[in-house]
Design a protein around this ligand. Structure first.
Ligand code: SF4
Length: 254
C-alpha cells in the first residue's frame, strides 16, 4: 500500500497553519510512548532506511506546491511529523533541502523524539535547513523514561540528553523542547528536579509543557489540569529563566 506522505494543512496550536510531511509507514518509531496519539508502535526500530521512496515524497510536494489550494491558502510552515519518527528516513537530509527550496516562504519545522542524534551524527548536518526543531524530553530518570517512552532497547535517557546537548552545540536554529506531563508519573517533585536539570544542560530556546489532548496509546495516561501545568511551569521556570533565559510555555494554553 502507498503511504500517505503529506497531510493537512491543519491548524496547529503551536505553529499556525501547518502542512505535515510523513516519512514513515504506520507506526514506525524508536519509541513507543504510552501517550502517543497515533497509537502503539508496531515497528520499534532504530534502523534508518528509505521507508517511503524519496521520489514519491518529492512528487507529492511538488504537486501540492503548484495546486490552487497552496496558492489560495499557503500554510505558515511545513512540518516533518506523522506516523512515526521522521529522522528514521535515510533520505531525511535531501528531503529537507528539497522542502526548503520548494517552500522558501514557509518555516520548516521538525517534530522529533531526538533519540537518533547520538548514534547518527550525520543528522546534525541533515537538520541544518530546518528553522525550528521540537524535540521531546518526558523524564529525568531512566525508570520513568522506560515507563512513559518505552524506548528501543539500545536507547537510554542519558544518550537522548547527550544527543540533545550536542544538537544545541551543532545547530543554530530554534530548539523548542516539548515536555509531556503524564499525571502521577513524571510530575513528582523529584522527577521534576531531574527534568529541570536536564533542560538546563540542553539549553533550548523554549520549553513547551504539554498534556493529553486526544486518545493515548494506553488508557492509564491521564491529562493534567491547566492549573497543575501552570504550577509545573512556575517550578521549572523559576530557575531556568534566571540562569538560561529559557522561555517556558504551557502549550495547552497557547
Ligand atoms: S516519539 Fe512521537 S510518534 Fe513515536 S511513539 Fe512517541 S509520540 Fe508517538
Amino acid at each position: 500500500m502507498k503511504e500517505k506522505c503529506i497531510f493537512g494543512p491543519v491548524q496547529s496550536r503551536r505553529l499556525g497553519m501547518s502542512l505535515g510531511i510523513n516519512l514513515t509507514p504506520y507506526k514506525t518509531c524508536s519509541l513507543d510512548c504510552a501517550y502517543c496519539e497515533c497509537g502503539k508502535t508496531t515497528d520499534l526500530t532504530i534502523i534508518r532506511k528509505d521507508y517511503i521512496p524519496i521520489e514519491q515524497v518529492q512528487k507529492t510536494l511538488k504537486r501540492y506546491s503548484k495546486s490552487s489550494l497552496f496558492r489560495s491558502k499557503p500554510p505558515s510552515c511545513v512540518t516533518f511529523a506523522g506516523f512515526g519518527e521522521p529522522t528514521l528516513h535515510s533520505g531525511f537530509g535531501s528531503i529537507a533541502q528539497f522542502v526548503k527550496k520548494t517552500f522558501p516562504d514557509q518555516h520548516l519545522v521538525l517534530i522529533t523524539n531526538g533519540t537518533l542524534f547520538p548514534t547518527h551524527p550525520e543528522l546534525f548536518q541533515e537538520v541544518q535547513p530546518i528553522d525550528i526543531i521540537l524535540p521531546s524530553l518526558d523524564a529525568g530518570s531512566e525508570e520513568i523514561f522506560k515507563k512513559i517512552d518505552r524506548p528501543h532497547p539500545s536507547i537510554t535517557l542519558a544518550s537522548l540528553v547527550d544527543g540533545l546537548i550536542q544538537l544545541r552545540e551543532n545547530y543554530h536554529g530554534q530548539i523548542w523542547l516539548e515536555v509531556f506531563i503524564v499525571e502521577g508519573i513524571n510530575d513528582s517533585e523529584s522527577e521534576l528536579y531531574l527534568i529541570r536539570d536536564a533542560i538546563s544542560r540542553i539549553s533550548p530556546d523554549r520549553v513547551q509543557l504539554n498534556s493529553l489532548d486526544r486518545n493515548p496509546a494506553e488508557d492509564w495516561v491521564n491529562s493534567t489540569s491547566p492549573q497543575r501545568l501552570i504550577a509545573i511551569a512556575e517550578f521549572l521556570g523559576a530557575e531556568l529563566l534566571s540562569k538560561n533565559s529559557i522561555n517556558i510555555q504551557v502549550d495547552a494554553l497557547v
